[in-house]
Design a protein. Sequence first.
Length: 116
Amino acid sequence: MSDAIVEIRDYTIEAAWYDEYKVWAVELAAPWLKANLDVIDFWMDAGIEPEVSGSAPVVSPNGQANICWIIRWPSESVRNEQFRTIMSSPEWAEIWAKHPNENAYLHMNARFMKAA
């Protein structure tokens, strides 16, 4: 069995900042992240109402995530070793400094999964 994992990152960006965040993400963040990490892709809300179901559905008071991106890693140990280093690079710091509002993240979630 492979040690490979994917990291699924979901963010709920405050509605008042979403449009400015989207410009920053499309023009700066996503291209850099895709060039420096094994990003499968970077998705943004399509404006379609979410479908929530199940035997005990609960929607966060912050609403549904409106940003999602997935990173492929060879293993958890590689992820733990490399992610902080990459995200603390001077290049990322320069991009982050242009963020429209770093406090607009109402909710952030990272999940780690293996292929079935």
